[in-house]
Design a protein around this ligand. Structure first.
Ligand SMILES: *Cc1c(COP(=O)(O)O)cnc(C)c1O
Length: 434
Protein backbone atom coordinates (compact mmCIF):
# COMPACT_ATOMS: atom_id res chain seq x y z
CA UNK A 1 0.00 0.00 0.00
CA UNK A 2 1.06 3.58 -0.66
CA UNK A 3 0.70 6.52 1.70
CA UNK A 4 -0.36 10.01 0.73
CA UNK A 5 -0.36 13.46 2.27
CA UNK A 6 -3.68 14.16 3.95
CA UNK A 7 -4.21 17.08 1.57
CA UNK A 8 -3.00 15.05 -1.37
CA UNK A 9 -0.41 17.47 -2.69
CA UNK A 10 2.76 15.38 -2.36
CA UNK A 11 3.40 12.22 -4.35
CA UNK A 12 2.52 8.91 -2.72
CA UNK A 13 5.27 7.03 -0.91
CA UNK A 14 6.02 3.60 0.52
CA UNK A 15 5.52 2.88 4.20
CA UNK A 16 9.28 2.92 4.63
CA UNK A 17 9.52 6.46 3.29
CA UNK A 18 6.55 7.73 5.29
CA UNK A 19 8.15 6.19 8.39
CA UNK A 20 11.50 7.93 7.97
CA UNK A 21 10.12 11.21 6.64
CA UNK A 22 7.51 11.52 9.40
CA UNK A 23 5.71 14.31 7.61
CA UNK A 24 5.01 14.76 3.88
CA UNK A 25 7.09 17.29 1.89
CA UNK A 26 4.01 19.55 1.65
CA UNK A 27 4.06 19.81 5.47
CA UNK A 28 0.97 17.65 6.04
CA UNK A 29 0.41 14.32 7.74
CA UNK A 30 0.60 11.03 5.88
CA UNK A 31 -2.48 8.83 5.65
CA UNK A 32 -3.03 5.41 4.02
CA UNK A 33 -4.18 5.74 0.41
CA UNK A 34 -7.10 3.40 1.18
CA UNK A 35 -8.56 1.55 4.14
CA UNK A 36 -8.30 -2.23 3.94
CA UNK A 37 -11.28 -4.29 5.08
CA UNK A 38 -10.80 -7.30 7.34
CA UNK A 39 -12.40 -10.51 6.00
CA UNK A 40 -15.67 -11.59 7.65
CA UNK A 41 -14.31 -14.96 8.68
CA UNK A 42 -11.45 -13.25 10.49
CA UNK A 43 -13.91 -11.09 12.43
CA UNK A 44 -16.04 -14.13 13.22
CA UNK A 45 -13.09 -16.03 14.62
CA UNK A 46 -11.69 -13.16 16.66
CA UNK A 47 -12.61 -14.74 19.96
CA UNK A 48 -9.75 -17.22 19.86
CA UNK A 49 -7.16 -15.06 18.12
CA UNK A 50 -3.86 -14.08 19.75
CA UNK A 51 -2.74 -10.46 20.08
CA UNK A 52 0.33 -10.94 17.90
CA UNK A 53 -1.67 -12.68 15.18
CA UNK A 54 -4.26 -9.91 15.16
CA UNK A 55 -1.41 -7.41 14.94
CA UNK A 56 0.13 -9.20 11.99
CA UNK A 57 -3.21 -9.27 10.19
CA UNK A 58 -4.16 -5.66 10.89
CA UNK A 59 -0.75 -4.07 10.40
CA UNK A 60 0.06 -6.35 7.47
CA UNK A 61 -3.01 -5.15 5.61
CA UNK A 62 -1.48 -1.64 5.55
CA UNK A 63 2.20 -2.52 5.35
CA UNK A 64 2.76 -5.04 2.57
CA UNK A 65 6.50 -4.31 2.17
CA UNK A 66 7.53 -6.55 5.06
CA UNK A 67 7.37 -10.34 4.70
CA UNK A 68 4.95 -11.75 7.26
CA UNK A 69 7.54 -13.74 9.22
CA UNK A 70 9.54 -10.53 9.74
CA UNK A 71 6.43 -8.58 10.67
CA UNK A 72 5.56 -11.27 13.19
CA UNK A 73 9.03 -10.98 14.73
CA UNK A 74 8.81 -7.16 14.88
CA UNK A 75 5.49 -7.39 16.68
CA UNK A 76 6.73 -10.01 19.12
CA UNK A 77 9.72 -7.90 20.06
CA UNK A 78 7.68 -4.71 20.35
CA UNK A 79 4.81 -6.09 22.42
CA UNK A 80 6.40 -8.27 25.03
CA UNK A 81 3.75 -7.35 27.60
CA UNK A 82 0.03 -8.15 27.95
CA UNK A 83 -2.94 -5.92 27.02
CA UNK A 84 -5.68 -7.13 29.38
CA UNK A 85 -9.36 -6.24 29.27
CA UNK A 86 -10.96 -6.04 32.71
CA UNK A 87 -14.62 -5.59 33.60
CA UNK A 88 -14.74 -3.11 36.47
CA UNK A 89 -18.53 -2.86 36.62
CA UNK A 90 -21.39 -4.50 34.80
CA UNK A 91 -20.85 -3.76 31.08
CA UNK A 92 -17.99 -1.32 31.78
CA UNK A 93 -14.62 -2.57 30.57
CA UNK A 94 -11.12 -1.14 30.63
CA UNK A 95 -8.67 -1.96 27.86
CA UNK A 96 -5.42 -1.67 29.82
CA UNK A 97 -2.83 -0.25 27.44
CA UNK A 98 -0.32 0.64 30.16
CA UNK A 99 1.69 -2.51 30.76
CA UNK A 100 4.72 -1.43 28.71
CA UNK A 101 8.01 -0.16 30.18
CA UNK A 102 6.89 3.45 30.81
CA UNK A 103 3.43 2.42 32.01
CA UNK A 104 1.54 4.46 29.39
CA UNK A 105 -0.14 3.54 26.12
CA UNK A 106 2.45 5.39 24.01
CA UNK A 107 4.78 2.42 24.55
CA UNK A 108 2.64 0.36 22.18
CA UNK A 109 3.16 2.62 19.17
CA UNK A 110 6.68 3.77 20.07
CA UNK A 111 8.04 0.24 20.49
CA UNK A 112 6.55 -0.92 17.20
CA UNK A 113 8.02 2.11 15.46
CA UNK A 114 11.46 1.43 16.91
CA UNK A 115 11.45 -2.21 15.80
CA UNK A 116 10.14 -1.49 12.33
CA UNK A 117 12.74 1.24 11.77
CA UNK A 118 15.44 -1.11 12.94
CA UNK A 119 14.19 -3.75 10.48
CA UNK A 120 14.50 -1.41 7.49
CA UNK A 121 17.89 -0.08 8.63
CA UNK A 122 19.19 -3.59 9.01
CA UNK A 123 18.05 -4.51 5.49
CA UNK A 124 19.67 -1.37 4.08
CA UNK A 125 22.79 -1.52 6.29
CA UNK A 126 22.04 2.02 7.39
CA UNK A 127 22.26 3.90 10.62
CA UNK A 128 19.91 6.66 11.75
CA UNK A 129 19.87 9.38 14.39
CA UNK A 130 16.54 10.20 15.92
CA UNK A 131 16.02 13.60 17.44
CA UNK A 132 12.92 14.26 19.54
CA UNK A 133 11.70 17.17 21.63
CA UNK A 134 9.56 16.33 24.62
CA UNK A 135 7.63 18.01 27.38
CA UNK A 136 7.67 14.75 29.36
CA UNK A 137 5.81 11.60 28.38
CA UNK A 138 6.68 11.16 24.70
CA UNK A 139 10.39 11.34 25.52
CA UNK A 140 10.33 8.43 27.92
CA UNK A 141 8.21 6.26 25.59
CA UNK A 142 10.64 6.95 22.74
CA UNK A 143 13.69 6.44 24.95
CA UNK A 144 12.46 3.07 26.19
CA UNK A 145 11.14 2.06 22.78
CA UNK A 146 14.49 2.63 21.09
CA UNK A 147 16.72 1.55 23.95
CA UNK A 148 19.31 -0.94 22.71
CA UNK A 149 17.66 -1.14 19.27
CA UNK A 150 20.48 -1.70 16.75
CA UNK A 151 21.40 0.93 14.09
CA UNK A 152 19.65 3.73 15.94
CA UNK A 153 20.94 6.52 18.15
CA UNK A 154 18.47 8.78 19.94
CA UNK A 155 18.87 12.36 21.14
CA UNK A 156 16.10 13.63 23.39
CA UNK A 157 15.74 17.35 23.94
CA UNK A 158 13.88 18.37 27.06
CA UNK A 159 13.44 21.67 28.90
CA UNK A 160 15.62 21.81 32.00
CA UNK A 161 13.63 21.95 35.25
CA UNK A 162 10.27 21.84 33.46
CA UNK A 163 9.47 18.13 33.55
CA UNK A 164 8.77 15.95 36.57
CA UNK A 165 11.63 14.26 38.41
CA UNK A 166 10.28 10.83 37.49
CA UNK A 167 9.97 11.73 33.81
CA UNK A 168 13.51 13.06 33.81
CA UNK A 169 14.88 9.93 35.46
CA UNK A 170 13.06 7.72 32.94
CA UNK A 171 14.82 9.47 30.06
CA UNK A 172 18.25 10.13 31.48
CA UNK A 173 19.19 6.91 33.23
CA UNK A 174 19.15 4.48 30.31
CA UNK A 175 22.44 5.45 28.70
CA UNK A 176 23.64 3.30 25.79
CA UNK A 177 22.16 4.58 22.54
CA UNK A 178 19.88 7.06 24.34
CA UNK A 179 21.34 10.55 24.83
CA UNK A 180 19.41 13.02 26.95
CA UNK A 181 19.97 16.70 26.22
CA UNK A 182 18.84 19.14 28.86
CA UNK A 183 18.07 22.48 27.23
CA UNK A 184 18.23 25.68 29.23
CA UNK A 185 14.91 26.94 27.95
CA UNK A 186 11.30 25.95 27.36
CA UNK A 187 9.62 23.14 25.44
CA UNK A 188 9.11 25.62 22.58
CA UNK A 189 12.89 26.17 22.51
CA UNK A 190 13.37 22.41 22.23
CA UNK A 191 10.96 22.24 19.31
CA UNK A 192 12.67 25.15 17.59
CA UNK A 193 16.06 23.47 17.95
CA UNK A 194 14.61 20.23 16.62
CA UNK A 195 13.17 21.91 13.51
CA UNK A 196 16.38 23.77 12.85
CA UNK A 197 18.46 20.60 13.09
CA UNK A 198 16.12 18.64 10.81
CA UNK A 199 16.59 21.33 8.14
CA UNK A 200 20.35 21.69 8.58
CA UNK A 201 22.23 20.34 5.56
CA UNK A 202 25.56 20.28 7.42
CA UNK A 203 24.14 17.75 9.82
CA UNK A 204 22.29 15.80 7.15
CA UNK A 205 25.67 15.34 5.40
CA UNK A 206 27.15 13.48 8.33
CA UNK A 207 24.17 11.53 9.58
CA UNK A 208 20.69 10.45 8.53
CA UNK A 209 18.53 12.45 10.88
CA UNK A 210 14.83 11.99 11.53
CA UNK A 211 12.28 12.40 14.30
CA UNK A 212 9.79 10.10 16.01
CA UNK A 213 6.84 12.16 17.15
CA UNK A 214 3.34 10.92 17.73
CA UNK A 215 2.05 11.85 14.27
CA UNK A 216 4.28 9.26 12.60
CA UNK A 217 2.36 6.50 10.80
CA UNK A 218 4.76 4.02 12.38
CA UNK A 219 3.03 4.76 15.66
CA UNK A 220 -0.53 5.20 14.42
CA UNK A 221 -0.98 2.00 12.40
CA UNK A 222 0.03 -0.46 15.16
CA UNK A 223 -2.44 1.23 17.53
CA UNK A 224 -5.36 0.00 15.40
CA UNK A 225 -4.55 -3.52 16.59
CA UNK A 226 -5.68 -3.13 20.18
CA UNK A 227 -9.20 -2.11 19.21
CA UNK A 228 -9.59 -5.36 17.30
CA UNK A 229 -7.99 -7.17 20.24
CA UNK A 230 -10.47 -5.46 22.60
CA UNK A 231 -13.37 -7.01 20.66
CA UNK A 232 -11.66 -10.39 20.81
CA UNK A 233 -11.35 -10.14 24.58
CA UNK A 234 -14.92 -8.93 24.97
CA UNK A 235 -16.07 -12.08 23.15
CA UNK A 236 -13.85 -14.18 25.40
CA UNK A 237 -15.75 -12.65 28.30
CA UNK A 238 -19.04 -13.71 26.72
CA UNK A 239 -20.18 -10.46 25.07
CA UNK A 240 -21.21 -10.68 21.44
CA UNK A 241 -22.66 -7.14 21.12
CA UNK A 242 -20.86 -4.28 19.43
CA UNK A 243 -19.41 -2.07 22.16
CA UNK A 244 -19.16 1.68 22.47
CA UNK A 245 -15.49 2.68 22.65
CA UNK A 246 -14.43 5.62 24.83
CA UNK A 247 -11.03 7.18 24.15
CA UNK A 248 -9.38 9.75 26.48
CA UNK A 249 -7.90 12.12 23.90
CA UNK A 250 -5.32 14.86 23.48
CA UNK A 251 -3.72 14.77 20.06
CA UNK A 252 -6.40 12.30 18.91
CA UNK A 253 -3.99 9.69 17.56
CA UNK A 254 -5.60 7.04 19.73
CA UNK A 255 -9.07 8.01 18.51
CA UNK A 256 -7.94 8.09 14.88
CA UNK A 257 -6.71 4.51 15.28
CA UNK A 258 -10.15 3.55 16.65
CA UNK A 259 -11.87 5.10 13.63
CA UNK A 260 -9.59 3.14 11.29
CA UNK A 261 -10.43 -0.04 13.20
CA UNK A 262 -14.16 0.59 12.73
CA UNK A 263 -13.77 1.40 9.03
CA UNK A 264 -11.87 -1.85 8.58
CA UNK A 265 -14.93 -3.74 9.77
CA UNK A 266 -14.19 -4.14 13.47
CA UNK A 267 -17.58 -4.42 15.21
CA UNK A 268 -17.68 -1.12 17.12
CA UNK A 269 -21.03 0.59 17.64
CA UNK A 270 -19.82 4.15 18.23
CA UNK A 271 -17.05 6.25 19.74
CA UNK A 272 -16.83 8.74 22.50
CA UNK A 273 -13.89 11.13 22.39
CA UNK A 274 -13.29 12.19 25.99
CA UNK A 275 -11.23 15.31 26.69
CA UNK A 276 -10.31 17.31 29.74
CA UNK A 277 -10.93 21.07 29.74
CA UNK A 278 -8.99 21.33 26.49
CA UNK A 279 -12.24 20.85 24.63
CA UNK A 280 -11.73 22.13 21.09
CA UNK A 281 -13.09 18.88 19.64
CA UNK A 282 -16.21 18.68 21.87
CA UNK A 283 -16.79 22.28 20.87
CA UNK A 284 -16.45 21.35 17.21
CA UNK A 285 -19.08 18.63 17.74
CA UNK A 286 -21.46 21.19 19.24
CA UNK A 287 -20.92 24.05 16.83
CA UNK A 288 -19.40 22.55 13.68
CA UNK A 289 -16.55 25.04 13.97
CA UNK A 290 -13.00 24.04 14.83
CA UNK A 291 -11.15 26.74 16.75
CA UNK A 292 -7.70 25.74 18.02
CA UNK A 293 -6.47 27.66 21.03
CA UNK A 294 -3.59 27.53 23.52
CA UNK A 295 -3.80 24.59 25.90
CA UNK A 296 -4.57 24.91 29.60
CA UNK A 297 -2.91 22.79 32.25
CA UNK A 298 -4.88 19.97 33.87
CA UNK A 299 -4.32 16.85 35.99
CA UNK A 300 -4.50 14.69 32.86
CA UNK A 301 -1.58 16.61 31.42
CA UNK A 302 -0.76 14.26 28.52
CA UNK A 303 -4.07 15.43 27.05
CA UNK A 304 -3.40 19.15 27.41
CA UNK A 305 -3.54 19.91 23.70
CA UNK A 306 -5.17 22.98 22.19
CA UNK A 307 -4.61 22.14 18.53
CA UNK A 308 -4.76 18.34 18.11
CA UNK A 309 -2.46 17.30 15.30
CA UNK A 310 -4.53 14.30 14.22
CA UNK A 311 -7.60 16.44 13.65
CA UNK A 312 -6.61 16.75 9.98
CA UNK A 313 -6.66 12.96 9.64
CA UNK A 314 -10.09 12.75 11.28
CA UNK A 315 -11.38 15.53 9.04
CA UNK A 316 -10.30 13.63 5.98
CA UNK A 317 -11.87 10.39 7.28
CA UNK A 318 -15.16 12.25 7.72
CA UNK A 319 -14.77 14.33 4.58
CA UNK A 320 -14.83 17.59 6.53
CA UNK A 321 -18.45 16.96 7.46
CA UNK A 322 -19.27 17.33 11.15
CA UNK A 323 -22.55 15.45 10.66
CA UNK A 324 -20.76 12.34 9.46
CA UNK A 325 -18.57 12.62 12.49
CA UNK A 326 -21.63 12.94 14.75
CA UNK A 327 -23.13 9.82 13.17
CA UNK A 328 -20.22 7.80 14.47
CA UNK A 329 -20.10 9.08 18.00
CA UNK A 330 -19.77 12.05 20.28
CA UNK A 331 -17.24 14.15 22.14
CA UNK A 332 -17.44 14.96 25.84
CA UNK A 333 -15.33 17.29 27.97
CA UNK A 334 -14.75 16.48 31.65
CA UNK A 335 -13.86 19.07 34.29
CA UNK A 336 -11.05 18.78 36.83
CA UNK A 337 -13.55 18.29 39.67
CA UNK A 338 -15.29 15.49 37.78
CA UNK A 339 -11.95 13.81 37.10
CA UNK A 340 -11.12 13.73 40.80
CA UNK A 341 -14.57 12.59 41.83
CA UNK A 342 -14.50 9.86 39.19
CA UNK A 343 -11.27 8.45 40.64
CA UNK A 344 -12.97 8.47 44.04
CA UNK A 345 -16.28 7.02 42.84
CA UNK A 346 -14.70 4.19 40.86
CA UNK A 347 -12.42 3.34 43.77
CA UNK A 348 -15.31 3.28 46.24
CA UNK A 349 -17.47 1.13 44.00
CA UNK A 350 -14.89 -1.28 42.65
CA UNK A 351 -11.52 -0.86 44.41
CA UNK A 352 -9.99 -0.10 41.02
CA UNK A 353 -7.66 2.92 40.95
CA UNK A 354 -7.89 5.02 37.80
CA UNK A 355 -5.17 7.35 36.59
CA UNK A 356 -6.44 10.88 35.78
CA UNK A 357 -6.48 10.28 31.98
CA UNK A 358 -8.47 7.08 32.23
CA UNK A 359 -10.73 8.80 34.76
CA UNK A 360 -11.67 11.35 32.10
CA UNK A 361 -12.70 8.41 29.90
CA UNK A 362 -14.67 6.65 32.62
CA UNK A 363 -16.47 9.87 33.58
CA UNK A 364 -17.49 10.29 29.92
CA UNK A 365 -18.64 6.66 29.81
CA UNK A 366 -20.94 7.27 32.77
CA UNK A 367 -22.66 10.07 30.90
CA UNK A 368 -23.68 7.76 28.08
CA UNK A 369 -24.26 4.58 30.02
CA UNK A 370 -28.02 5.12 30.09
CA UNK A 371 -28.19 5.59 26.32
CA UNK A 372 -27.84 2.00 25.32
CA UNK A 373 -27.58 -1.30 27.03
CA UNK A 374 -24.28 -2.01 25.32
CA UNK A 375 -20.86 -2.90 26.66
CA UNK A 376 -18.57 0.11 26.94
CA UNK A 377 -14.82 -0.20 26.53
CA UNK A 378 -12.70 2.65 27.90
CA UNK A 379 -9.06 2.67 26.84
CA UNK A 380 -6.98 2.90 30.02
CA UNK A 381 -3.98 4.95 28.91
CA UNK A 382 -1.73 5.16 31.98
CA UNK A 383 -0.95 3.33 35.20
CA UNK A 384 -2.21 5.26 38.27
CA UNK A 385 1.18 4.95 39.98
CA UNK A 386 2.52 7.54 37.54
CA UNK A 387 0.26 10.14 39.16
CA UNK A 388 0.63 9.58 42.91
CA UNK A 389 -0.28 13.16 43.85
CA UNK A 390 -3.60 13.14 42.00
CA UNK A 391 -4.47 9.71 43.34
CA UNK A 392 -3.63 10.80 46.87
CA UNK A 393 -5.78 13.90 46.48
CA UNK A 394 -8.70 11.83 45.19
CA UNK A 395 -8.74 8.85 47.54
CA UNK A 396 -6.22 9.69 50.27
CA UNK A 397 -4.09 6.65 49.50
CA UNK A 398 -0.40 6.53 48.75
CA UNK A 399 0.09 4.35 45.73
CA UNK A 400 3.40 2.49 45.63
CA UNK A 401 5.65 3.03 42.65
CA UNK A 402 6.04 -0.11 40.53
CA UNK A 403 9.52 -1.72 40.72
CA UNK A 404 10.52 -0.57 37.22
CA UNK A 405 9.94 3.08 38.09
CA UNK A 406 11.56 2.71 41.51
CA UNK A 407 14.68 1.42 39.80
CA UNK A 408 14.80 4.46 37.49
CA UNK A 409 14.66 6.79 40.50
CA UNK A 410 17.89 5.53 42.05
CA UNK A 411 19.99 5.38 38.87
CA UNK A 412 22.40 8.29 38.25
CA UNK A 413 21.14 10.91 35.83
CA UNK A 414 23.19 11.17 32.65
CA UNK A 415 22.47 14.20 30.49
CA UNK A 416 24.29 16.86 28.51
CA UNK A 417 23.28 20.40 29.34
CA UNK A 418 23.20 22.97 26.54
CA UNK A 419 22.01 26.53 26.08
CA UNK A 420 18.97 27.18 23.90
CA UNK A 421 21.27 28.60 21.26
CA UNK A 422 21.19 26.45 18.10
CA UNK A 423 24.99 26.32 17.76
CA UNK A 424 25.36 24.35 20.96
CA UNK A 425 23.09 21.60 19.61
CA UNK A 426 24.75 21.66 16.22
CA UNK A 427 28.17 21.23 17.76
CA UNK A 428 26.96 18.20 19.64
CA UNK A 429 25.49 16.59 16.55
CA UNK A 430 28.39 17.31 14.22
CA UNK A 431 31.37 16.76 16.55
CA UNK A 432 29.81 13.64 17.93
CA UNK A 433 30.23 11.98 14.54
CA UNK A 434 32.92 9.28 14.64
C1 LIG B 1 -0.73 10.80 25.02
C2 LIG B 1 -1.69 10.36 26.03
C3 LIG B 1 -3.09 10.47 25.83
C4 LIG B 1 -3.69 11.11 24.60
O1 LIG B 1 -3.53 10.32 23.45
P1 LIG B 1 -3.73 10.99 22.02
O2 LIG B 1 -3.46 9.90 21.05
O3 LIG B 1 -2.73 12.10 21.93
O4 LIG B 1 -5.13 11.50 21.96
C5 LIG B 1 -3.94 9.99 26.81
N1 LIG B 1 -3.46 9.46 27.96
C6 LIG B 1 -2.13 9.34 28.19
C7 LIG B 1 -1.68 8.76 29.48
C8 LIG B 1 -1.20 9.77 27.24
O5 LIG B 1 0.11 9.67 27.49
Amino acid sequence: MKFVSVRGESRSVSFRDALFQGIAPDGNLYVPSLIPVLPDEFIQQLKDALLHDIGERVIGSFIDEIPSEHLQRIIQKAWNFPIPVVEIENNLFLLELFHGPTLAFKDIGARFMAEVMSYFLDQEQQHVTILVATSGDTGSAVAHGFYNVPNIEVFILYPSGKISHLQEQQMTTLGGNIRAIEVEGTFDDCQRLLKQALNDRDIQKSRMLTTANSINLGRLIPQITYYVWGISQLRQLGHAEKPIVVVPSGNFGNLTAAVYAKRMGTPIQAFVAATNMNDVVPQYFRTGIFTPRPSVQTMSNAMDVGNPSNFARLQSLYENDVNRFRNDGEAISISEAETLSEIRRTYERTNYILDPHTAVGVAAARRIVHQADLPIIVTATAHPAKFPDVVKQAIGTNIPLPPSLQAALIEPKRSVRISSNYDSLKQLLVIDEG
